[in-house]
Ligand binder design. Structure first.
Ligand SMILES: [Zn+2]
Length: 695
């Protein structure tokens, strides 16, 4: 009996011992090509990415990383890893070396485990951690081939097997790898080399973790968060406190900002210098703050009618001078020196026009330098040799983020510095900052960010300043629903610019991936103020279906209002690829021309007594007035005032003022007066403004 027991014990010992020396029968060796080329590429990778110089591409396993191949079959999965070099299609990681990807293990859908390479040879399967990670790929992971229970079981078995052989401290899913960015195991040197992963998913990891809890792996490190964003979110909560209340609409002039410039000149924090004079003699002022080595130059309103960022700049100055966030600002101003040049084109601002007094576009004067405004900007850029530049503009409110109905409220551009649109470090850093600003803006205006066309323009400032070595970012403020005066957009400027400034200070932007820049949707020009879809239109006795795109154009005015609206039909026909700030489906409604009120009124005052609700319900859109007031082109009446000889238009066409009715049997219908829709449901009619048309 004792002898038998001894024999049994020996057998157990022998079998245990042998399992440590030979692979357990469960593992099938199916080696990928690991020739001299792959060995050399692996050594190069370790040296380039991790700074590790070794004789052999061996690893010290500290973690197991679980993956899926996103390929439905074993054979095709194996093919993906087999060869030493990356297939041409994998451009997103090719920049980080030509070594093909591979893991040490591949698990088929039935749970069969294949070993593709020696367990302690480095495979390329997880950024930053390959020198310490054994990888396990699972065949499948497409929507049609979710990972199987057999694979869960095989992964659990493998984790236990590897833990018994090596000092494994972590078991992670590939989607969790960025949690290690600040971990001592993380060796990747390029802060922007990241790819987004979702494999093998939370559910799979939860099952493996639950079944291996007894092995007491270390918990996943806390994910590394962007350090700038939480601060900016806090600051923005108090935005109203920083908002410069003396500027509350777009049409700001030089005289509006002079008191603010004088105020900051007297403030101990700021240094204010007059750095130039416009053609008409208005001062250009540079407001500088901070003592850091990194110079950041921001200029706004190079185009006189693009004032959104000018307002935001003064909000930022208020924030900097406020007594909140003292410690954060102190740190910021030790790292950077900020230079603000608000309203570079004050002569244009005076008329709220794009061009300067010479009638030129200052943004096409970077080479010829004819205008004093352009000369000043060039001189300041050169004297500071600024590290970063912010070129702050406004763009058309009719731009949308490509493929969506969302206005491109903020569009970014890292301008090209050559026709080939090359990316060097200077432009690359601008792109990274944009990637970060976009990410933050999505929290406040989801889907409202666009990317401006990056064709090289040799005469433009942004392109040249990029070329001269300043990382340059163009910010364009577009439109936003219910925000004609751009006060919401101004706030978005405030937070995006502040985020960029703090990111520059902390060098946080270096974490961003340049590849994400091109994921920002391009600007498109598919928006109208009003889109009417599917209306019935009769022409020469036949019926047609039309969509109308209508824009509410602003006309400057010297009256009590600074502008009024004169709408126009921007396009008509099939507008199914267009969008509207306001979009109304008027299918089944027939377009009826507006009628003229039968009486001619002596003067405009007499129109006050009209019941506009009545008139509109009778299909009357025009009222003739004998004595039209000189110089006045609009009224607050929801109707069109016309001269005695006026004749109502008989057809609609592109360019004309959209004034008509939409009728449908059994429905109250709509009036469209000067491009504004009035629902004829009995409520008091109200529009932005009516027009006076003289003949
Ligand atoms: Zn502009």
């Amino acid at each position: 009996m004792r002898y038998l027991l001894f024999l049994l014990a020996s057998l157990i010992l022998i079998s245990c011992g042998s399992s440590r020396k030979n692979p357990p029968s469960r593992i099938i060796d199916r080696p990928i090509v690991f020739d001299e080329e792959r060995e050399q590429l692996s050594l190069d990778y370790m040296k380039e990415r991790y700074g590790l110089e070794q004789e052999q591409p061996v690893i010290e396993p500290k973690m197991v990383v679980l993956h899926w191949t996103a390929i439905p079959t074993l054979e095709r999965s194996f093919e993906a890893f087999k060869n030493p070099t990356l297939p041409g299609a994998r451009t997103e990681i090719a920049g980080a070396g030509n070594l093909n990807v591979s893991t040490q293990f591949l698990v088929d859908r039935d749970g069969t485990i294949y070993r593709l390479m020696p367990e302690t040879t480095m495979g390329r399967h997880v950024i930053g951690l390959n020198h310490a990670a054994i990888g396990v790929e699972n065949v499948g992971g497409t929507p049609e081939t979710p990972l199987t229970e057999a694979q869960v079981e095989a992964n659990i078995w493998l984790v236990r097997y590897l833990k018994s052989k090596y000092d494994i401290q972590y078991v992670i899913g590939h989607h969790e790898y960025t949690n290690f960015e600040d971990h001592e195991l993380w060796l990747e040197k390029d802060e922007s080399y990241r790819t987004q992963k979702s494999d093998p998913g939370e559910e799979f990891m939860a099952k493996v973790r639950a079944a291996t809890a007894d092995l007491q792996f270390k918990p996943l490190p806390e994910p590394v968060r962007n350090e700038t964003f939480p601060l900016i979110r806090d600051i923005v909560e108090d935005y109203e406190k920083y908002k410069e209340n003396t500027l509350e609409e777009r049409r700001i002039k030089h005289e509006d900002i002079l008191p603010l410039i004088a105020k900051w000149k007297d403030h101990e924090l700021f240094e204010v210098n007059k750095v130039g004079t416009s053609i008409e003699g208005r001062s250009l002022n540079l407001i500088s703050v901070g003592s850091g080595d990194t110079d950041v130059l921001l200029w706004s309103q190079m185009h006189g009618d693009e004032s959104t960022a000018t307002m935001a700049v003064f909000d930022i100055l208020n924030f900097l001078a406020d007594d909140s966030f003292q410690q954060e600002k102190q740190e910021l101003l030790q790292n950077v020196r900020l230079h603000f040049l608000p309203m570079l084109n004050p002569d244009g601002a005076e008329e709220f026009q794009r061009r300067n007094a010479l009638g030129i576009d200052v943004n096409r004067d970077a080479l010829r330098l004819q205008s004093p405004e352009a000369q000043s900007l060039k001189r300041i850029r050169d004297s500071l040799d600024a590290d970063f530049g912010f070129n702050l503009h406004d763009q058309s409110r009719y731009y949308n983020a490509e493929g969506t109905e969302k206005p491109a409220t903020i569009s970014f551009l890292a301008p090209a510095y050559d026709y080939e649109k090359s990316v060097n470090d200077v432009r690359g850093n601008a792109m990274k900052l944009i990637v970060q600003m976009n990410e933050l803006l999505q929290e406040y205006a989801s889907g409202n960010v666009g990317r401006y066309n990056d064709d090289f323009e040799p005469r433009a400032f942004g392109d040249n300043i990029q070329k001269w070595g300043t990382s340059t970012i163009l910010i364009e403020s577009g439109g936003f629903p219910d925000d004609r005066e751009k006060q919401e957009i101004r706030k978005l400027n405030f937070l995006a610019i502040l985020a960029a400034i703090f990111s520059i200070s902390e060098e946080d932007y270096k974490r961003a991936a340049i590849a994400d820049y091109s994921k920002i949707p391009e600007n498109d020009s598919k928006l109208y103020d009003l889109k009417l879809t599917g209306l019935q239109y009769e022409l020469l006795g036949d019926q047609y279906i039309l969509d109308l795109g209508i824009n509410h154009s602003e006309i400057p005015s010297k009256g009590e209002q600074k502008f009024y609206f004169r709408s126009n039909i921007a396009d008509q026909g099939d507008l199914s690829t267009n969008y509207g700030y306001q979009a109304i489906d008027v299918s089944g409604f027939s377009l009826k021309p507006g009628k003229i009120y039968p009486q001619t009124l002596p003067n405009l005052k007499a129109a006050e007594k009209l019941d506009f609700s009545d008139l509109l319900s009778e299909g009357i859109a025009y009222v003739k007035v004998k004595d039209l007031p000189k110089g006045q082109n609009y009224t607050n009446y929801p109707i069109i005032i016309v001269g005695e000889r006026f004749r109502a238009p008989e057809k609609i066409e592109v360019g004309m003022n959209p004034t008509f009715f939409l009728q449908k049997t059994g429905e109250s219908g709509y009036a469209v007066i000067n491009g504004f829709v009035i629902s004829l449901d009995g409520s008091a009619p109200k529009i932005e403004n009516g027009l006076i048309i003289r003949n």
